[in-house]
Structure formats: C-alpha cells, structure tokens
Design a protein around this ligand. Structure first.
Ligand code: HEM
Length: 405
C-alpha cells in the first residue's frame, strides 16, 4: 500500500480483486472520487448535478428509476431506433461531402456532436428533434463547451485546484467558464427538448415516475454531458484501430453486424476511456493482503488489467475474435478472463448509459465501414495518454472516401 500524506490509497490492477471490490465490497451506495475541479465548482457555486454527483439514498432512488428504463428493460428497440435514425442522418452528411475523399481534421468535435444528438434522440424517441438554425447553433455551442470541460479538466489534472482557484489562474478561469456555459446551454437545450410534442423516448417513460422537474433536469443535462467525451473518444479509438488493421474491416464487411460487438469490446479493452475507476470503502475490508480501513480511496486500473498477459493472451494485439466463442482461432489464445476488461465498470454504480453507448458504437461502425474506406493520415503512431481519461497524444487525422465512388 502506498502512503500519500495523511491518506492511504490502495491501487489495484488484479482482476479478481477489482471484481471483488465492485461485487462484494462497495456496499449499497457505492461512492467514488470525482475530479477535484468538478467538486470545487459544485462547492463554490452550489450547482446541483446529476447521478454521477449524487450519493446515498438520493442517488439510489434516482438510479433505480434510470436502471428500470435504461438497463433492465428487455425491449431495446426504442433505443436502437433512435440511434439508427441519428446515425443515418450523420453518415448521409459525410457521404455528401466525401465523394472524392475528405480528411476530417476535427473528427473529435463531429463525434461529440453526434453523441449529443444520439442521447437527445433517445430522450425524445421517434419524434423529430427541434429544427432550425437557432437550435443547430445552440447544439454546436453546447457540444464545443462540453468538449472544453473535458480538455480543461485534463489540464488541471494533478495540479492543486484550490490553489488555482485562489490565485485565479487561467486554467481555473477556463474550466469555470466552460462549465458555466455548458450548464447554461444544457438548460436551454433541455427546455427545447422538453417542448417537443409527442415525445416517446426516455422523457415520456420517466414522466410517469415520481420525479420532480428539477431533479429530472439535473439528471438529463448530465446524461447529455456524460455521453459526449466517453462515446466520442471510444469511436475515435475504434476508427484508429480499424485503420491500422484493415483485415478487421474486411471481416466486418463479410460477417456484418454480428462481429461488431467483438470489435467494440476489444477496442475498449485496449483503450478504456475511463482507465481508472475509484471507490471509497463503506467499511473496513480485507482486500488481497491488506486490511483496508473504511473511507480509504481505492483506484482500480482497468487499463492495466485489460493489457495483462495473465488475463488476455497477446494482450497488445487487437484481436476482436478473442471475444467470439464460436471462432476457431480463439482456441489458440490460452488466457481469456472477460471481467479483467471493465470499460463500463461493474456493479450498482456502473455506467447507466452502457446500452445507449454500445448501440451507438455498433451502428456507427457498421454504417461507416459499410459506406467508406478510410485510412489514418498521421505519419507516426498514436499513443494513449493515461490521465483522467484515455486520449490520443495528438489529433487523429482520418481520410474517408465513399466506397465504389
Ligand atoms: C463508451 C462510452 C461510455 C463509457 C466507456 C462509459 C463509462 C462509464 C463508467 C466507467 C462509469 C462508472 C464510473 C464509476 O463507477 O465511478 C460511468 C458512469 C456513468 N455514465 Fe457512462 N460511459 C459511457 C457512455 C455513457 C453514456 C452514453 C451516458 C448517457 C446516459 C453515460 C452516463 C453515465 C452516468 C450518468 C454515469 C454515472 C452513474 C452513477 O453514478 O450512478 N455514459 N460511465
């Protein structure tokens, strides 16, 4: 165990221990550590936020309602239809632009925008989203400001944030400005979405639950924020991996959609956007060789466990077939411990948007691979930076060309 001043901190990367942490030790109200800048912002400006920020009974009551609709409902068609509708219109736009090949320089922004549109469509269901220039501008400004929250949080990573705030350093000012703006625009956006007539999506489903309007807004705005960077960066990593493994593109085209979930799982094993998961123990517990006191923060590195040879043979290779039980090649890979790769975490506090994210990633890959050839234009290889989120060390530039054009 490492000792950091007055706080003991346990760092785990053993798959069995990580599983034990989520399944047996985290308690009824799992508690996690949020980035310091977000906590300080909440404390200073009293802005109440969504599920990720809630704790105890308040978290549990609201989480139960969201689980019912987003995770436990066996009928996924309403989510899948919203996802397909949004992605079809997204790829239509790319098709129009890319007859002769286009390099999408700021692909991250495009993917942020897409993730925001997908979650909004899930909120309103089959109905058309608000139309018009004003709405499009609002949406673009919102996604840009959300992207900036992520970038400025990353810049503040590892710096004493109280100190940045006290001396009003530019990094803090930038962070505060984009959180202010995201929440303001998020509220405006939600108002427009709530005004859509005949919504049939999540908004309608939770309309029948006993949830007050303010809590609903807090939760939904944070859904729109949470969907941005996670799904956008995962899509980016997947496109990057596919551009380096053209055999996988051939395999997707021949096996069609059945193969894609394995591609997504494998990409997230190698590049989990949330590489470190945290929990604070509700009671004294034994973890491995340690007696860990109640209140001790624990950091689980799923980036490390996902790339450990003991759990996955040929750990650094992108081999989607390792997840396919019916694939004969899998027999040659001795080690395969599925729970060593937990990109959405595990247990009661795992990702509530997991089904939406998986549906979005699968549909996006299918439509892009089916319609485009693409390659990576960066001269040297891209490396992941492991900070709060797993991001590329430089802009990934991809060139897309319409197939058979
Ligand atoms: C590839 C995409 C995504 C990844 C890798 C991801 C990953 C995660 C992880 C690891 C957690 C757990 C954090 C913890 O245990 O402390 C989490 C929580 C959460 N995610 Fe996701 N997520 C993704 C997409 C989404 C989407 C699309 C939504 C939209 C609804 C979403 C909403 C949330 C929320 C609200 C929480 C907090 C849940 C709670 O505290 O009860 N996520 N996500």
């Amino acid at each position: 165990m490492e000792n950091f001043g007055t706080t003991d901190l346990l760092f785990v990367s053993d798959a069995e221990l990580i599983r034990k942490l989520f399944i047996n030790l985290e308690g009824k109200y799992p508690s996690h550590i949020l980035p310091d800048p977000w906590l300080l912002y909440e404390k200073l400006y009293g802005q109440k936020r969504g599920l990720l920020f809630m704790d105890g009974e308040e978290w549990w009551q609201n989480r139960r309602i969201m689980n019912k609709h987003l995770l436990k409902d066996n009928d996924n068609t309403w989510i899948n239809d919203s996802v397909t509708k949004t992605i079809t219109s997204f790829t239509k736009h790319w098709k129009e632009q890319s007859k002769h090949g286009i390099v999408i320089n700021d692909i991250a922004s495009e993917l942020y925008n897409l993730s925001t549109k997908v979650i909004i469509q899930v909120l309103i269901g089959n109905t058309d989203p608000p139309q018009g220039k004003h709405y499009d501008e609002l949406l673009n400004m919102f996604t840009e400001s959300v992207k900036k929250i992520f970038e400025t949080t990353t810049k503040l990573y590892g710096i004493p944030v109280n100190w940045c705030h006290r001396f009003n350093l530019k990094v803090w000012q930038d962070f505060k400005e984009c959180v202010d703006l995201s929440l303001l625009l998020g509220n405006k956006l939600l108002k427009e979405i709530l005004a859509v007539k005949n919504s049939s999506g999540l908004i309608k489903k939770i309309g029948d639950e006993q949830m007050d309007e303010i809590t609903m807004s807090r939760i939904l705005i944070d859904f729109i924020i949470a969907a941005g960077d996670t799904t956008a960066y995962t899509s980016l990593w997947i496109f990057y991996l596919l551009s380096q493994n053209s055999n996988e593109i051939t395999e997707i085209r021949s096996k069609k959609q059945t193969y894609i979930p394995f591609v997504v799982k494998e990409a997230m094993r190698l590049y989990p956007v949330a590489p470190f998961l945290t929990r604070i123990l509700p009671q004294d517990s034994v973890i491995g060789e340690y007696l860990v006191k109640k209140g001790t923060p624990i950091i689980a590195s799923i980036y490390t466990s996902g790339r450990n040879e003991q759990y996955f043979s040929k750990p650094e290779e992108f081999l989607p077939y390792r997840w396919d039980r019916s694939d004969e090649r899998k027999g040659k890979l001795q080690n395969h411990i599925p729970f060593a790769s937990l990109p959405f975490a595990l247990g009661a506090r795992s990702c509530v948007g997991k089904k939406i994210a998986m549906a979005q990633l699968a549909e996006l890959i299918w439509q892009v691979v089916d319609n485009f050839d693409f390659r990576c234009m960066n001269g040297s290889s891209i490396k992941p930076i492991t900070s709060q989120a797993l991001i590329p060390n430089k802009n990934i530039e991809l060139r897309f060309k319409l197939r058979n054009a």
